[in-house]
Design a protein around this ligand. Structure first.
Ligand code: GSH
Length: 204
């Protein structure tokens, strides 16, 4: 059994989507970021950075417990543990890793920066615009790609799709104008949204 400590942010959703899609049994512990539940001594003992998500797998590799932060590390851990969502063919893996990193380390953090700026008391609109256009630039590339292929790295759903969807769902909910006008992205997102595991993961 795995314990998941998370909130309904893109990073929290990425970890939960990973667990649900990989079919790994887990218990969700909701962390209230407004109340600072991620800064308590017991939480900091799991992740000294004081950030969600974190998982504790009491039956990690070799039967030993594992505590793991970083949503994409959790996603890859779940993929490896379950043997799902990473192609077995070594020649197919680089494209998946490239797509995964764009989703996890470009789209999500740049949107996070934009959203943080947008929700300050004093908003500097030109800075928000710069970051929004950067996120839109990433989605323009995804839109072109989804015109030619069904999923992020081919025609199979991989860890890259799970990661990108976590970011997309958050962006669509919090700042929908950021992903407006990308018909192919919208079609891909609809396909992802119809997956029962995704639907379970997003119900926080
Ligand atoms: N790179 C980390 C980022 C984690 C992160 O930024 N978590 C946010 C919520 S999405 C958080 O806990 N923020 C509270 C804080 O930093 O105090 C990951 O992918 O998990």
């Amino acid at each position: 059994m795995i314990d998941l400590y998370a909130a309904p942010t893109s990073n929290g959703m990425r970890a939960r989507i990973a667990l649900e899609e990989c079919g790994l049994p887990y218990t969700l512990h909701k962390i209230d970021l407004q109340k600072g539940e991620h800064k308590t001594p017991s939480f900091l003992a799991m992740n000294p950075n004081g950030q969600i998500p974190v998982i504790v797998d009491r039956e990690g590799p070799g039967g030993k417990p594992v505590t793991l932060a970083q949503s994409t590390a959790i996603l890859m851990y779940c993929a490896e543990k379950s043997g799902k969502f990473m192609p077995k063919d070594p020649s197919a893996r680089p494209a998946v890793l490239q797509a995964l990193m764009n989703a996890s380390t470009d789209v999500t953090p740049v949107f996070g920066a934009m959203f943080a700026m947008k929700t300050q008391k004093e908003v500097h609109a030109p800075s928000v615009d710069v970051f929004r256009e950067r996120v839109r630039g990433f989605f323009k590339v995804w839109d072109d790609r989804f015109a030619k292929q069904k999923c992020c790295a081919g025609d199979e759903v991989t860890v890259a799709d799970l990661s990108l969807y976590a970011g997309y769902a958050r962006i669509k909910g919090a700042a929908p104008e950021t992903v407006e006008g990308f018909a192919n992205v919208a079609r891909w997102a609809q396909m992802m949204a119809e997956r029962p595991a995704i639907q379970r993961a997003l119900k926080f």
